[in-house]
Design a protein around this ligand. Structure first.
Ligand SMILES: [Zn+2]
Length: 65
């Protein structure tokens, strides 16, 4: 297994997620990359903060330090 390649993919995915989170938190409508449904922001303080689509293929947990 080529771990350097795996790490690159993970880093790209992480950066993609950060860009996506920024857009959603700015109030923009961002489609789920998988199902194209709109991503919904569950804000900090809600039961399970994160960014999700209705179908659950995008499920990004938000962590606030
Ligand atoms: Zn989806």
């Amino acid at each position: 297994m080529d771990f350097s390649n795996l790490n690159k993919k993970t880093a790209k995915s992480f950066n993609d997620q950060k860009a996506l989170i920024k857009k959603v938190m700015a109030g923009r409508t961002v489609p789920c990359p998988v199902c194209k449904g709109p991503l919904v922001l569950h804000p900090p303080g809600s039961a399970n903060p994160g960014i999700r689509c209705a179908k659950g293929c995008t499920d990004i947990a938000l962590e606030f330090d």
